[in-house]
Design a binder for this molecule. Structure first.
Ligand SMILES: NC(=O)c1ccc[n+]([C@@H]2O[C@H](COP(=O)([O-])OP(=O)(O)OC[C@H]3O[C@@H](n4cnc5c(N)ncnc54)[C@H](O)[C@@H]3O)[C@@H](O)[C@H]2O)c1
Length: 247
């Protein structure tokens, strides 16, 4: 087991990439803390993992609210005694031309996709420092590296996550805390539910692998970055995109 006795928080852990990572981490021996807004789904998933012999806790969390993130880290430490891994995965999409994006919509996307990641990093690092180290994995995107038509706040947030990851990695490298990011390409999860089929088909046609990625394929990369196998990897932005950004 690659995460035996490690304590891991996974935000947005009830759907898509987060849910796949929760299930994988539990199979690899981690005590998983599922942080999400949906109480029904989060409780059900935690119970399922416990029935399968794993350890899981659900903590209702809106990552854009600092009091929720503080409570999340506190409940994790109160229950399991420490925090080893933070996967700051929760995110929301947006799809509109920059000039049509209202300030309210801009703030909504930034508050989850950038501020939420900042808050999860900040409060995880404070706890990890007490414990001698840890591993943080942020969920960025190919859209933190390249542009796409009709994406504005999302691209700004993900670009921010990419470089915040590097800066945090440099700051905490000598304190045993590694900070990396995964940068998924187009992955088959509910976040793409509102993307019109013709848009999706045209995006897939631009991916060298000619298909959408699977959430499990991202979760496997998160596992590598979370585990001690990546002990000398920090500040990396691991592209998981079927070759999209290599073109
Ligand atoms: N699917 C893709 O094509 C793709 C591509 C690049 C990056 N990503 C990123 O991957 C991450 C996971 O997305 P996904 O594809 O699994 O989508 P998803 O919609 O299936 O999952 C997102 C999760 O985040 C949660 N969430 C949203 N706002 C939240 C908040 N304020 N507080 C707590 N939880 C919140 C949702 O409830 C959900 O569980 C996101 O950061 C997303 O931007 C996804």
């Amino acid at each position: 087991m690659r995460l035996k006795d490690k304590v891991a928080i996974i935000t947005g852990g009830t759907f898509g990439i987060g849910e796949s990572t929760v299930r994988l981490f539990a199979r690899e021996g981690a005590k998983v803390v599922i942080a999400a807004r949906s109480v029904d789904k989060g409780t059900k998933l935690a119970n399922e993992i416990k029935e399968e012999g794993g350890e899981a806790l659900f903590v209702r969390t809106d990552v854009s609210k600092e009091e929720d993130v503080i409570n999340l880290v506190k409940q994790t430490v109160d229950t399991y005694g420490k925090l080893d891994i933070m996967f700051a995965n929760a995110g929301i999409g947006d799809m509109q031309d920059l000039a049509d994006c209202t300030l309210e919509e801009w703030n909504r996307t930034i508050s989850v996709d950038l501020t939420g990641v900042f808050l999860c990093n900040k409060h995880a690092i404070q706890e990890m420092e007490k414990n001698g180290g840890g591993s943080i994995i942020n969920c960025a995107s190919i859209l933190g590296h390249v542009g796409q038509v009709s994406v504005s706040a999302y691209a700004a947030a993900k670009g921010g996550v990419v470089n915040m990851t590097r800066a945090a990695a440099v700051t905490y490298a000598n304190r045993g805390i590694r900070v990396n990011a995964v940068c998924p390409g187009y992955i088959d999860t509910p976040i793409l539910d509102d993307t019109p089929k013709e848009v999706l088909d045209s995006l897939v046609s631009m991916v060298p692998a000619k298909r959408l990625g699977k959430p499990e394929e991202v979760a496997n990369c998160v596992l590598f970055l979370a585990s001690d196998e990546s002990s000398f990897v920090t500040g990396a932005n691991l592209l998981v995109d079927g070759g999209y950004t290599a073109q």
